[in-house]
Design a protein around this ligand. Structure first.
Ligand code: N01
Length: 564
């Protein structure tokens, strides 16, 4: 294995061919996992395909990129000193500030010496004889590890539409999720942006301020709620810091990893005036609060309609041209069932003279041309095309890696009909392979930092227990996994989420199995379930003792099988 020369890349671990654990990805999940495993005394190497840490915030550096969870919540809680000392400058942090935070954490906890940058993982193959994972990088380096932990993120496999003609296009083009590190200038240029999800909404606002003209190509409008972003007042931050521990604890047992106060009522059942007041207050507060204001907004279609109507009125009141307003109003999904966007000035942007909304639902893009693109109805000359077309979410990043478990079974085959995990943490037949924020966990329905910390803490406690008890491997029992997949499905279908054609269900990827895979029961409930499993001696998992041959891929009970 080659030692890297980057000064941020110590390379010491890279020269090892055998470690206790390989972690894939140096975003927030990988950084925290490395920190915890090292404290446990394990040797660890983290492979990261970027040339810096930060994951999502390393890649998504498009104009206007910022987090839509508030800074003081979207941050680690594991270190009291870190959370007290770090000062966020805005209520919602810009990508550059979050990336600076990730770099600060990596340096503060001396993580870089075990991170191999510019190193993508190609394959991860379980060696049944040795009971280790053979990890091979794109560069051909090989490392064996007892544990393999995926920290690849849920939204890291960017997708491009398959329009013909892109290779002949003479202008510049970019994907929001693979934005270049060099500055991109829009000044005086004709820009086209395709996609109106969170990335499209944020970049539209920013690019419109600079471009000569911006065409926004919209296939499906999404709901966007104002962030009311601004500087974070020092006194507000200080006040929260006084009670940070309690705030974090409330986040851990909340629905989405952010402590919101819901009024506990049904939106459809309260008097109209009361509901209007509540929605106005939630709108004025901004952000995800809005869909959490009544607990049944994502459960009951009539209640949901009341919130959608309210936002529709807001859009009509903001956008000057009624035809444009009409186009911007979602009609095909309940509010919040596609990931809500959070913006500062999105709808207002369509009042600018240099911005045109183009409906590509009725007149689809047929081809990219040398000069721009052509829809069914018209041609557009564009100097720059921005693809804000999203990601092969949740399973995409994992399945890009050739992962093979017992008997050479490929994960991509096992999951051909949709992902199968126990608690979103692990999958049967793939011993000692853990997935941070994997499918079947609250993952994308939650504040990622809350969920990452919960998963890492649970896994590290489990690994510590294995060390203390002399276990070589752990993996879920097939029955426990089947039960969990069923639970995730049933809980998901008590909500309105499956009604939308969204990346939550895989509907954005042609040919992908349509399945709502996040656990929608809330991060607090989920945490309690995971804790209960651990307390019951890891019920539903099988351990094999060190020295024993681990069981083969039929489901015969092995040594130390725990229940179910
Ligand atoms: O991706 P998306 P994103 N032709 O999938 C359209 C997180 N995030 O990168 O809806 C034409 O939401 C597609 O149209 P349709 C957040 O969780 C967070 O914006 O499929 N259009 C849609 O409009 C977010 O949800 C933050 O009809 C095509 C858009 O492209 C997630 O990442 C910021 C098309 C894709 O929207 C993903 O957001 C950014 C085609 N062939 C992202 N293919 C913050 O924290 C796709 N589209 C602020």
């Amino acid at each position: 294995m080659q030692a890297k020369t980057s000064k941020r890349n110590g390379g010491a671990s890279a020269r090892r061919t055998s470690v206790d654990a390989v972690v894939i990805g140096a975003g927030f999940a990988g950084l925290y996992m490395l920190h915890r495993l090292r404290k446990l005394g394990l040797s660890v190497v983290v492979f990261e395909r970027g040339d810096g840490v930060g994951g999502t915030w390393y890649w998504n550096r498009y104009p206007g990129a910022r987090c839509d969870t508030e800074s003081m919540t979207y941050s680690y809680s594991f270190s009291g000193d870190l959370e007290q000392e770090w000062e966020w400058s805005e209520r919602y942090a810009l990508q550059s500030e979050i990336l600076a935070y990730a770099n600060h954490v990596a340096e503060r906890f001396d993580l870089l010496r075990d991170i191999e940058l510019n190193t993508a993982v190609r394959s991860v193959v379980f060696d049944e004889l040795e009971q280790t994972w053979q990890v091979t990088t794109e560069g051909g380096e090989k490392v064996s590890a007892r544990f393999c932990i995926s920290a690849v993120g849920c939204l890291s496999a960017a997708t491009m539409p398959d329009y013909p003609g892109l290779k002949d296009y003479t202008g510049e083009w970019y994907h929001t999720g693979r934005w270049p590190h060099e500055p991109v200038s829009f000044a005086g240029k004709r820009i086209g942006i395709i996609g109106t999800g969170s990335s499209g909404v944020q970049s539209t606002i920013a690019i419109a301020k600079e471009a000569a003209h911006l065409h926004v190509f919209q296939r499906t409008p999404n709901y966007s709620i104002p962030a009311w972003n601004g500087p974070l007042a020092r006194e507000d931050a200080a006040k929260l810091k006084e009670n940070y521990a309690a705030w974090r604890e409330a986040a851990r047992y909340s629905q989405i990893g952010i402590p919101f106060e819901s009024n506990g009522k049904s939106a459809k059942s309260v008097p109209v005036e009361e509901r209007e007041r509540e929605f106005e207050a939630a709108w004025a507060e901004g952000g995800f609060n809005f869909v959490m204001s009544y607990p049944d907004l994502l459960m009951d279609i009539e209640s949901n309609r009341t919130a959608a109507d309210f936002v529709e009125r807001k859009i009509r009141a903001t956008v000057n041209d009624p035809a444009v307003a009409d186009l911007l109003i979602p009609k095909d999904h309940p509010i919040g069932t596609k990931r809500l966007c959070v913006d500062t000035g999105y709808y207002e942007t369509f009042n600018r003279d240099n911005v045109t909304l183009v409906d590509i639902r009725n007149a689809p893009i047929e081809t990219i041309t040398a000069e721009g693109l052509r829809t069914r109805d018209a041609s557009y000359a564009l100097d720059v095309i921005v693809f804000a077309t999203g990601f092969d979410a949740i399973t995409g990043p994992l399945l890009k890696i050739d992962i093979r478990g017992r008997g050479g079974e490929r994960l991509v085959d096992k999951w051909a009909e949709g992902p199968r995990t126990y608690l979103g943490l692990a999958t049967a037949g793939f011993p000692n392979l853990f997935m941070i924020t994997g499918p079947g966990s609250p993952c994308v329905l939650s504040n990622m930092l809350t969920s990452i910390e919960q998963h890492v803490d649970w896994m590290v406690t489990c690994i510590e227990r294995m060390r203390d008890e002399g276990s070589a491997t752990i993996e879920p029992n097939v029955q426990a996994e089947d039960d969990w997949v069923k639970t995730v499905h049933e809980v998901g279908h008590t909500t309105l989420y499956p009604m939308a054609n969204s990346w939550y269900t895989g509907a954005n990827i042609p040919g992908k199995v349509r399945m709502f895979t996040p656990y929608a029961g809330g991060v607090g409930t989920y945490r309690q379930i995971c804790d209960a499993v651990a307390e019951k001696n890891y019920e539903g998992f099988t351990f094999t003792p060190t020295g024993a041959r681990s069981r083969v891929s039929d489901d015969r009970p092995a040594v130390q099988t725990q229940g179910r």
